[in-house]
Design a protein. Structure first.
Length: 415
């Protein structure tokens, strides 16, 4: 084991235990400490560390954090939720509606965006309807992960696969190949949650509290922001469908969406103070830590020693689900794509990579960036979802989800 892998192991232990003795350590602090240890020990140089930080991801998160904070601060988020869920009268119906609605929305808005926006909503719904907050946080985490599988813009790793994998008509390919098993997995996940949290599904009819705007002017600017985001995402999708070789980055979409709030709202400085800076620090530190680990070559040697066909559907899904827990899914896909390209992999391997790297987020907290966003936002409100609490539910959910994708992809490409 190299020093960089040892540092990663310590970070994972700290995240799992969340402390040393009586000292509580937050996720971002553990990751920042790991990145600092990498630099101090010379496992990665300062220039390499700066180059490892993906500015597009950082800018995208910053812009969406601003919009997400405005949605909550203005009360507009709760008004939208009131329109969508006011007719649901049972806890069963609420969980089912959340899984399906958030899952479908994540295919268009990107899973990290939904994680940013919807965490305060989950906490409010849990409090309003006397349900365990941890259940609804898990519903959100699983929904944004599963739903994003079936779209090339559902998450950053799918976008990499669609662009760098050279897939023709990526929207049609993702939806036709991964759409049916994704919808099935949303249904199956509801059944698993219904069984694992059966005491939380009470028979008392839900009574929805009407929501009101707390800041109408801020809500107006927030509507402008959402409109800009939807229009730009729609334009990006249309350009891809029409195969027009003109693209604009997701970071530009997020900044354009945040622009009305930062330029015109009188609460711009309050919004900047209240966004989740801890999660931004976590991501910057994660990029540095994972770059140092990958440079050690430890995991590459491990894969080479397995002597397997790394382009087969079982191998691609197994490697992507497993290694995503250690280096996160976006870095994994960025590193795996050149390997598949060199090996002459085709559409089946690319679809397996999309499904495996994404569904890996349901296994453990570090498997997906959206999990970290949800958990850190919840902790700011005093609700803690621990590493093992997540794993207790996430492991069976992931095993079933991965099995369904594996079986469906094998059948689809054999037919």
């Amino acid at each position: 084991m190299t020093l960089s892998v040892a540092i990663l192991a310590v970070v994972l232990i700290l995240i799992a235990t969340r402390g040393i003795g009586r000292v509580h350590i937050q996720i971002w602090q553990a990751m920042l400490g790991g990145a600092a240890a990498m630099l101090a020990s010379g496992q990665i140089g300062p220039r390499q560390a700066l180059a490892a930080i993906d500015l597009d991801v950082m800018i995208f998160l910053f812009g969406m954090f601003v919009v997400g904070r405005a949605l909550v601060a203005s009360g507009y988020l709760y008004c939208l939720a009131d329109r969508w869920f006011s007719r649901i009268r049972s806890s069963d119906g609420l969980v089912a509606a959340l899984l399906l609605g958030i899952g479908l929305a994540s295919a268009l808005l990107m899973n990290d965006t939904l994680a940013i926006i919807a965490t305060p909503l989950m906490l409010r719904l849990a409090n309003e309807h006397r349900m365990q907050p941890k259940l609804l946080l898990l519903v959100l985490a699983f929904a944004v992960t599963i739903g994003s599988v079936m779209s090339p813009i559902g998450n950053p790793q799918n976008l990499l696969i669609a662009v760098r994998g050279g897939i023709e008509s990526p929207f049609a390919a993702f939806l036709s190949v991964l759409g049916p098993p994704t919808l099935l997995n949303l249904l199956v996940t509801y059944g698993l949650l219904r069984g694992l949290f059966r005491h939380e599904f009470h028979a008392t009819p839900l009574v929805h509290r009407p929501a009101e705007l707390t800041d109408p002017l801020l809500a107006r600017y927030t509507r402008w922001s959402l409109l800009i985001i939807f229009l730009l995402i729609g334009s990006r999708a249309a350009l891809a469908v029409l195969k027009i070789p003109w693209d604009f980055r997701l970071s530009y979409i997020a900044l354009a969406g945040a622009a009305p709030l930062l330029l015109f709202s009188r609460r711009r400085f309050a919004l900047l103070r209240e966004i989740d800076w801890a999660t931004l620090i976590f991501f910057a530190a994660m990029f540095v830590l994972m770059a140092g680990v990958w440079q050690s070559g430890f995991f590459q040697r491990y894969i080479d020693g397995m002597h397997i066909d790394i382009t087969s559907i079982p191998a691609v899904m197994g490697i992507s689900v497993g290694l995503s827990q250690l280096i996160s899914n976006v870095p994994l896909v960025a590193l795996y794509l050149p390997v598949l390209d060199h090996a002459g992999a085709s559409l089946p391997a690319l679809m397996a990579l999309a499904a495996g790297s994404t569904i890996a987020g349901n296994l453990l907290i570090l498997g997906a960036a959206s999990n970290v966003i949800i958990i850190q936002n919840a902790e700011r409100s005093g609700v803690r979802l621990g590493f093992f609490e997540f794993a207790r539910v996430g492991i069976p959910v992931t095993l079933v989800n991965a099995g369904i994708y594996w079986g469906y992809l094998t059948w689809w490409f054999a037919a």
